[in-house]
Design a binder for this molecule. Structure first.
Ligand code: HEM
Length: 263
C-alpha cells in the first residue's frame, strides 16, 4: 500500500484524516522545500544549540530566571507570528501550513506567564531589543511577503515539536517544577504524534507552489529566522547578566565585594 494515513486531532475533538502518498524521508527529493530548508539551516541550527541559553537547557541547568525571561520573548514573538498567520491564513503560501488548532502557542504561553508572574503578568513583560527586531521582521513579511511566513512557522513550530519536547522535560527537572504547571508551552495537546505531524507538515510545505525566486526567498528567510532566534537568546543572557550586576552587593564585613546572584 502506497498510502499512509495521518491522524491529526483538531482541538482534541474532531479528527482530520489525511490520505497522502508516502513521503518517508527516503522518498523526498532534492527539490522538496522541506529538505532544502533543513539543509540550508543545518549550520544555523548547530549555532542555535550552542547559545548559552540552549546549553543551559541541555545541561539541565536552566534557571527560573532564564525560563521566565524566555517566556516573555516567546510571548511577543508568537503573538506577532500567530497574528500574521491568522491574517494571511487564506494566502496560498500559508493555507497549507496553517494549523492553529494543533500548533498555536499563544494561549499556552499566557498561561505559563500567569503561573510565574501572577495575574498582572502583562505589566511585567520585559524583552530585549533583539526580540523587538524579530517581531518587526515578522510584521514586515506578514505585510509584504506572506509567502515567507512558512520559513518562520517552520523554524519555531517544527523546532518546538522536535528538540523542544526534550527541553520541556529537562526544564521541569532543572527548575524542580511539580507537575506540568508553567510548562504548557512545551505541550501540544492537539498533536498526538509529533513525528507523524512533522511528516504531514513537511508534505504540506512541499505542496506550496513557489517560483524559483520565492523559493530562494523562503530559504533565505529561514536562515534569517534562526539568526533572529540566536540574537534573542544571546540578548536574554546579556539581560540576565546585567540584572545580576545591578544586584551585586558589597558585604561590609568582608574586605572584598561578594557577588550574590539574586534573580
Ligand atoms: C529539529 C534538537 C534548538 C529548530 C531538531 C531535532 C533535534 C533538535 C533532535 C530533530 C532532528 C531530526 O528530526 O532530524 C535541538 C536541541 C536544541 C534545539 C537539543 C537546543 C537545546 C533549536 C532552536 C530552533 C530549532 C533554538 C529554532 C529556533 C528546529 C527545527 C527542526 C529541529 C526547525 C526541524 C528540522 C527538520 O526536520 O527540518 N532539533 N534543537 N531547534 N529544530 Fe532543534
Amino acid at each position: 500500500d502506497q498510502t499512509t494515513e495521518l491522524h491529526v486531532t483538531r482541538d482534541g475533538a474532531t479528527m482530520e484524516t489525511e490520505k497522502k502518498t508516502q513521503t518517508t524521508a527516503e522518498q523526498m527529493t532534492d527539490r522538496d522545500l522541506s529538505e532544502q530548508i533543513k539543509k540550508v539551516t543545518m549550520e544555523s541550527h548547530a549555532r542555535a544549540e550552542k547559545t548559552e541559553l540552549m546549553l543551559s537547557f541541555q545541561r539541565g541547568q536552566v534557571t527560573l530566571a532564564q525560563y521566565k525571561l524566555l517566556l516573555c520573548s516567546l510571548y511577543e514573538v508568537y503573538q506577532v507570528l500567530e497574528e500574521e498567520m491568522d491574517r494571511n491564513s487564506n494566502h496560498p503560501g500559508v493555507a497549507p501550513i496553517y494549523f492553529p488548532a494543533e500548533l498555536a502557542r499563544l494561549d499556552a504561553i499566557e498561561k505559563d506567564l500567569e503561573h510565574f508572574y501572577g495575574q498582572d503578568w502583562r505589566e511585567k513583560i520585559v524583552v530585549p531589543a533583539a526580540t523587538k527586531r524579530y517581531c518587526h521582521r515578522l510584521r514586515q513579511i506578514g505585510k509584504e511577503n506572506p509567502e515567507f511566513l512558512v520559513a518562520h512557522a517552520y523554524t519555531r513550530y517544527l523546532g518546538d515539536l522536535s528538540g523542544g519536547q526534550v527541553l520541556g522535560r529537562i526544564a521541569q527537572k532543572s527548575m524542580g517544577l511539580k507537575g506540568s504547571e508553567g510548562l504548557s508551552f512545551f505541550a501540544f495537546p492537539g498533536v498526538s504524534s509529533p513525528n507523524l505531524f512533522k511528516q504531514l507538515y513537511r508534505s504540506r510545505m512541499n505542496s506550496v507552489e513557489l517560483t524559483e525566486e520565492e523559493r530562494n526567498g523562503v530559504l533565505e528567510e529561514a536562515v534569517r529566522a534562526f539568526e533572529l532566534n540566536i540574537q534573542v537568546f544571546d540578548d536574554l543572557q546579556k539581560m540576565l547578566l546585567s540584572f545580576s550586576d545591578n544586584k551585586l552587593q558589597t558585604c561590609s564585613t568582608q574586605s572584598r565585594p561578594v557577588k550574590t546572584l539574586q534573580i
